[in-house]
Design a protein around this ligand. Structure first.
Ligand code: KG4
Ligand code: ZN
Length: 361
């Protein structure tokens, strides 16, 4: 079903923004449609009141990028354009809704690949304009954090969140629904990038995380001692380029070594680094709740180790269900809900920001 254009023009839309928001604020339930196209997943979701997922449709491009050994930005943008309409139609169908039932539209506007971001962002703006409802842009990393609200209905800030994806590795203090404090982050490679590069070098597939994880399950995590990073910067910062290079060198110099042992030893070292710093930051800043977010948070060893260490230290652990760890639009709709609740909406002139920082407004 095509979107019905009500004849609203951009000037009128802008002039009526406050009135639109006000009439929305009077409603009991908010159904938010969101788009997520920051990397290689084309996704649209409808979420009610931030936590009830009515539909979450994801068109994965993994098969295409797998043949290149990583995401090709131009290919990703083109595929998003090809997929976005059918993803939206399936989303509306899955939710059993009409377009008139949507109260606001959102999209990720950064960080991510600029050409990819622009597809979801423009789809969201077009939908908001044609439905004459508020539009709000969300930060992809904040959306990853918000995935926890969907999976743990009782979770409320403050808590500490380890955010681990293909491009980011951060320890974030979530002070309130829209207030984030960056406590530490990687000084070079993201941990997900290390998983992806090592998987490629081992001749496994893309994205590397799930391949490394299943190889590691058959290997000995103590077989090879890889180095832990020594950092001169902040106590809660990370560095994964040294570990990645050590593993890549080991692969080149030990052609007959067991792939499973290499995967297990690398995963063990990376996970211990992530967990040790997260728990120690939680202790230092007095957080009683720890959460994890982002694609790497789907890692079983990371989840188990975080759970064990949180329990040992009297803290409660929250992790999103697997589908909400990797990129999806439901988490973006959740982030949009809390932004709107906070009285924030955006103009249709909003641009994509590929290097948007967490907490940046
Ligand atoms: O959050 P995400 O889907 O996209 C970005 O925002 O980057 O994260 C993708 C990253 C990839 O590096 C992928 O290898 C990693 O998440 N990943 C995993 C697992 N599943 C996905 N890493 C470790 N173990 C997994 N099970
Ligand atoms: Zn992501």
């Amino acid at each position: 079903m095509p979107l019905i254009f009500k004849g609203v023009d951009i000037v009128m839309y802008k002039q009526n923004a406050a009135a639109k928001f006000k009439s929305m604020a009077n409603k009991k339930d908010w159904n938010i449609l969101a788009f997520e196209t920051s990397c290689d997943d084309t996704s649209a979701a409808i979420v009610r009141n931030g936590r009830i997922v009515l539909a979450n449709v994801i068109a994965s491009q993994i098969e295409i990028h797998n043949s290149f050994g990583g995401v090709v930005p131009e290919v990703a943008s083109r595929k998003h354009i090809e997929n976005i309409n059918s993803v939206l139609e399936n989303c509306i169908k899955q939710a059993g809704m009409r377009y008139e039932d949507i109260d606001a539209v959102s999209s990720t506007y950064g960080p991510g690949l600029v050409g990819a971001l622009l597809v979801g962002l423009n789809a969201a703006k077009a939908a908001a304009l044609s439905l004459d409802v508020p539009f709000v842009g969300v930060n992809h990393m904040e959306a990853h954090v918000c995935a926890n609200y969907i999976s743990s209905k009782e979770l409320e800030p403050p808590f500490l969140c380890l955010v681990v994806s293909g491009g980011h590795t951060q320890i974030v203090g979530v002070e309130d629904y829209c207030t984030y404090k960056l406590i530490g982050q990687t000084q070079d490679d993201a941990v997900g990038e290390a998983f992806d590069k090592i998987s490629r070098e081992l001749g496994l597939g893309y994205p590397g995380g799930p391949y490394i994880q299943s190889a590691a399950e058959k290997g000995n995590a103590l077989a090879i001692k890889f180095p832990h990073a020594r950092l001169k910067s902040g106590e809660f910062d990370f560095s994964f380029s040294g570990l990645k290079t050590a593993v890549l060198n080991y692969i080149h110099n030990n052609k007959d070594a067991s792939i499973n042992d290499i995967a297990a030893s690398f995963q063990y070292t990376a996970v211990n680094e992530l967990v040790a710093k997260t728990v120690s930051a939680a202790k230092r800043f007095g957080y009683k709740k720890i959460a994890a977010a982002g694609g790497v948070a789907a890692n079983k060893l990371l989840r188990e180790t975080l759970r064990r260490q949180s329990e040992l230290n009297g803290m409660r652990l929250y992790v999103p269900e697997f589908v909400y760890c990797t990129d999806n639009a439901a988490m973006a709709a959740c982030a949009a809900y809390y932004k709107l609740k906070n009285g924030k909406y955006d103009d249709l002139s909003m641009n994509a920001n590929p290097s948007l920082e967490i907490g940046q407004v």
